[in-house]
Design a protein around this ligand. Sequence first.
Ligand SMILES: *Cc1c(COP(=O)(O)O)cnc(C)c1O
Length: 374
Amino acid sequence: MSHLPAGTMREALIDTSAITENVRHLRRLTDSDVIAVVKADGYGHGAVRSANAALVGGANRIGVAEIAEGLALRRAGIDAPILAWLHAPGASFAEAAAAGLELGISSFDQLLAAAAAASAVRAVAVHLKVETGLGRNGIAPADVPTVFAEAARLERIGKLRVVGIFSHLSNTSEADDRAALARFEDALALAATYGLTPRVRHLAASHAAFEIPEARFDCVRLGIAIYGLSPFADRTSAELGLRPAMTLRAGVAAVRRVPAGQGVSYGYTHRTEGDTTLALVPIGYADGVPRAASGGAAVRIGGATFPVAGRIAMDQFVVDVGDHPVAVGDEALLFGDPTLGAPPVEAWADAAGTINYEIVTRIGPRVPRREAAR
Ligand SMILES: *Cc1c(COP(=O)(O)O)cnc(C)c1O
């Protein structure tokens, strides 16, 4: 029987070698450079360790949503190129530029702000983001010629370096993504007419990196796949050659023998059917274990699978372990690598009506992350 380290209530084990190997695998598979996306604290895995592991695996660049995330990586000593693409109005491009961050540019105003952050000695590196149908940020089609013309002028006078042009897909259908791909190619052709020659053209995130080879261009921006999880509802990690990097577990905090008819947890949505043993698992929705998964999820204890009994609470939930010899301190495995016998994170996502991305990303700050090879 596995146990957690003494005094540890719950933890997320992060296998950084899995991230390294996933990146290596994806570089080979896509034959493209890789921007490893570590926004939202590395999808819950820890941004710094995820970025470092991805760089070891051959990632060429790190991607984050916000400037603050990029600055934190710089402070942690990561000196690889870092691209940040989602900005608050008035965000400090000067601070970003001083830290050598590359800025995703989604509007004419952002372009001017980036140029204003250039110093006498240093041009600001930008990636122009064009809207190709996702309906989020990105330079609006009507503004693209103006922004391209101004970007080319600012590059000529040494204020900016247009390192990249990029966009993002909706993954709605292959037809929708191919339509967006065609719009992206039109934007690249237009950029060339303004004298823009970006080295890093990028469109595909994990989904399209697998599905649409033509969308790979110079570089793919990979998030979920580097953590070993599948961007597809109908394909597993193993089928994609990926290894899940996060294992979530807690140590059984109490066991109690109860008679038939014992109500379990708030609202008594579960009552025991006969004499049985209830085991208390000390992790709850405050830790990112979704309450909505009550009734649909299960954990593994000692190689057997037990469904969650009753409602998941803020700090804990209960499993009915029948007559199995479960003891205080035993490991309750919520999810991990299914090839090693753990439930897949997708079982929790399905039970909660969401996707694997949301489960790992919402694992909360009360869950210590510990780096561990398996
Ligand atoms: C989050 C994000 C990605 C990574 O997406 P995955 O599906 O996790 O690979 C790539 N590009 C942009 C613009 C993003 O916001």
